[in-house]
Every structure is written in structure tokens, then in C-alpha cells.
Design a protein around this ligand. Structure first.
Ligand code: NDP
Ligand code: MG
Length: 379
């Protein structure tokens, strides 16, 4: 039995991770589950998967939940609760499926405790990639990508030498506004933005897909996961989301990973690596699809992708600031406080005012994260 814990069990990735667990009850055991505020769903998960330890976002939610939990289940709350689920207990692998840089401390704690990481929470790598990867290397812990593009590249690199890589290409569906001009973006609503053509995901990442910030975060994520300079990382628009990403080697050979879009496939591979198990994902029929299309990524249409990559190249706290500004701007857009294109102007202004710190430690990262959030909330 492989014991796993999930940070963010009630979200899109969290629930799909539990779907994978449910498909292989003989192989997985759930050790701990951390949720935010959806206690009803967490209770249902407790009844079904019998974790020994759970956590919720606040003390108040924990008080409400306590009398409803079966005897013997340990209950935690807040950021310490997240750390407790990540690093306490007996999990072999911790799936990091909370959204945002709130996942940083718990991810680092899980690594320090020697847990392998099924990494969905890309914001952790964007905000503090050098700390997370150094700590994983020191502890001999695997960072197994859950993000579909990174899982694809990871699979393409199986058994290959790093020195033979010419470049990697991260594919992008284009999100909900793929075919809109910048003019048409003026009046778009939250509901329009949440309608992703290919994937059903949490609200924040769906907005990130529409602004192309998600692809920017993924380029930075790829830089840290695969140890490649930004010059070797490309982005290509591929509306069908069938080729999840690919690697070109020095001999011009290109290896790609394909499949119908279904997050349970990369989630499961992160949990079973290096083995492959059966999955209910729809089989790919290229004959049925007929053709796949591709377009050059337009950096004028998507200025935030360009800015994210510039921040990545700059390093230091630039990506921390980019991520923090984006988290606040997206939250404000989702609350209906700002129009869609203001996400851009808020991030741009935060970056213009940002004073970069090279090789920041955890405290400097958290300070930058906090001050950028405050600034982004005021603009
Ligand atoms: P969701 O918004 O669907 O889920 C977020 C989860 O985090 C929920 O369980 C939520 O709890 C929990 N949470 C939020 N705040 C806190 C907190 N303070 N303490 C504890 N838990 C908290 O997000 P997604 O599943 O879409 O995304 C998760 C991560 O995976 C993101 O980093 C995203 O970029 C990445 N990812 C997602 C993909 C997808 O298909 N969804 C694809 C690739 C990457 P609750 O709901 O109970 O409040
Ligand atoms: Mg992705």
C-alpha cells in the first residue's frame, strides 16, 4: 500500500487525485487530507477514504467540523494544519494541490520530511523555485509533475541525457479567449473567462489560462523542474490540447507525449512512477480527430506571457512579485472589482515598482510576496 496525503483535497486536482485513488483501492491508502473551507466535501471524503488526519483553513471551521468527524481522526487547521498534513503522518507521496503561494511552506515541510511530491501547485516553484529544488535535491526527494505539460516533458525525457536536449516546447490551448482580439477583451465577463474550451479546472487557473499567465508560470515551472535555461524553453499554441508538450533532441529527433485531455492521467503517473497502470481515460483516436493545428505564440496579444518569461530570466524575487501580483489581480477580477484587462495593468505596475533581490531566502520571498499583494490590492 502506498500512503498518500493531499493538500487541497476538495479542489479540481484534489478530487481527481481521489478519483485515481478510488480506482486502485488495493494500492493506495489516504493518510491525510487538507481542505480550505469546503467542509461538506471534506466530510464526504473522510467517510469514503478514511484518512487518519485532516485539516481545514481556519479554527472556526475546525470547531464546526470536530463533532462530525469519526473518532480517532486528528484535526488541524490553518497554515500549521497544512504543514502538519504535509510533513506529519506517514505519507510516501504528498500531492500539492492547493492554489497559490500559500502552498510554499507546506511543500517545503513535506520535502524536509522526506516525502515525494506530486507537484500540481506550480505557484510554489514560481515563487521560490531555487529553494524548493535545492531542498528536494538535498533530501533525495522526487518532484513528480502533475501539470499535464510537465508530465509530458518528464515522460519524453525518460532515460535521456540532459545534455542531449536541444529544446522543450510547452503547448498552450489558448484558454477561453483564444480567438478574441485585444479589442474584444475589453468587455469580457467573469463567466466568459471561466468557460475553458478543453479543461475543467479551478477558477484561478482558468483565468490564468485566459490571460496566458498560466503558460508563463509553466515556463518558469519547467525551468526549475528540468534545469533548463529559458532560451531552451518554447511555447506553441495548440488549440486541441492533444500534444501535451514535446522535447527536441540534438539529433533533431522530436519526442512528444499525446493523449485525450484528462488530468487523471498525469496525476496517476505522478503516483505510480516509474510504473504505468490502467486508467479509464478515453483512448486517443487520431483518425477521429483528423487534424491537429498549431500557431506561433503571439507575444503582443499575450503581454503577460512575455513579462513572465522576462521575470524568469531576471530571477531573484521577480517571479515572486509576478506571481503575487497575479494572484491578487485574478482574485479581484473574480470578485467583479476590476475588468479583465486590468489584470495586466496591475501586474505590470507591480513589476515596474518591484526592487529585485537576487538569491532570496524564504523570509525575503515571503516579504516580497506580502508587500506585492498589498500593492496589487491598492492599485
Ligand atoms: P481549486 O481552486 O479547484 O482547488 C484549490 C484547493 O485548495 C481546494 O481544495 C481549496 O479548498 C484548497 N485551499 C485553498 N486555500 C486554502 C488554504 N488556505 N488552506 C488549505 N487549502 C486551501 O484549484 P485547482 O485544483 O484547479 O488547482 C490546484 C493547483 O494545481 C494550482 O496550483 C493549479 O495551478 C494547479 N493545476 C491545476 C490543474 C487543473 O486541471 N485544475 C492543471 C494543472 C495544474 P476549499 O475548496 O475547500 O476551500
Ligand atoms: Mg498545465
Amino acid at each position: 500500500m502506498k500512503k498518500i496525503s493531499i493538500l487541497g483535497s476538495t479542489g479540481s486536482i484534489g478530487t481527481q487525485t481521489l478519483d485515481v485513488v478510488a480506482m486502485h483501492p488495493e494500492a493506495f491508502e489516504v493518510d491525510g487530507l487538507a481542505a480550505g473551507s469546503n467542509t461538506a466535501l471534506l466530510l464526504e471524503q473522510v467517510g469514503r477514504f478514511h484518512p487518519r488526519r485532516v485539516s481545514v483553513a481556519t479554527a472556526k471551521l475546525a470547531d464546526e467540523l470536530r463533532p462530525l468527524l469519526p473518532p480517532g481522526v486528528e484535526l488541524y487547521h490553518g497554515d500549521e494544519g497544512l504543514v502538519e498534513i504535509a510533513a506529519g503522518g506517514e505519507a510516501h507521496t504528498v500531492v500539492t494541490a492547493v492554489v497559490g503561494s500559500v502552498g510554499l511552506r507546506s511543500t517545503l515541510a513535506a520535502i524536509e520530511a522526506g516525502r515525494h511530491i506530486g507537484l500540481a501547485n506550480k505557484e510554489t516553484l514560481v515563487t521560490a523555485g531555487h529553494l524548493v529544488t535545492a531542498s528536494a535535491a538535498r533530501k533525495g526527494v522526487r518532484l513528480l509533475p502533475v501539470d499535464s505539460e510537465h508530465s509530458a516533458i518528464f515522460q519524453c525525457l525518460n532515460g535521456e541525457n540532459q545534455a542531449d536536449i536541444h529544446s522543450i516546447t510547452v503547448t498552450a490551448s489558448g484558454g477561453s479567449f483564444r480567438d478574441y482580439t485585444r479589442d474584444q477583451l475589453q468587455g469580457v465577463t467573469v463567466e466568459d473567462a471561466l468557460r475553458h474550451p478543453n479543461w475543467s479546472m479551478g477558477a484561478k487557473i482558468t483565468i490564468d489560462s485566459a490571460t496566458m499567465v498560466n503558460k508563463g508560470l509553466e515556463v518558469i515551472e519547467a525551468h526549475w523542474l528540468f534545469g533548463l535555461p529559458y532560451e531552451q524553453i518554447n511555447v506553441l499554441l495548440h488549440p486541441e490540447s492533444i500534444i501535451h508538450s514535446y522535447v527536441e533532441f540534438r539529433d533533431s529527433s522530436v519526442v512528444a507525449q499525446l493523449g485525450t485531455p484528462d488530468m487523471r492521467v498525469p496525476i496517476q503517473y505522478a503516483l505510480t512512477y516509474p510504473d504505468r497502470w490502467s486508467s479509464p481515460a478515453k483512448r486517443l483516436s487520431l483518425a477521429e480527430i483528423g487534424k491537429l493545428t498549431f500557431r506561433e505564440m503571439d507575444m503582443v496579444r499575450y503581454p503577460l506571457l512575455k513579462l513572465a518569461i522576462e521575470c524568469g530570466k531576471l530571477g531573484g524575487t521577480a517571479t515572486t512579485a509576478f506571481n503575487a501580483a497575479n494572484e491578487i489581480a485574478v482574485a479581484r477580477f473574480l470578485r467583479g472589482e476590476i475588468p479583465f484587462l486590468h489584470i495586466e495593468s496591475i501586474i505590470e505596475e507591480c513589476l515596474q515598482r518591484h526592487v529585485n533581490t537576487a538569491a532570496p531566502d524564504l523570509q525575503q520571498i515571503e516579504d516580497c510576496d506580502r508587500s506585492t499583494r498589498e500593492r496589487a490590492a491598492r492599485i
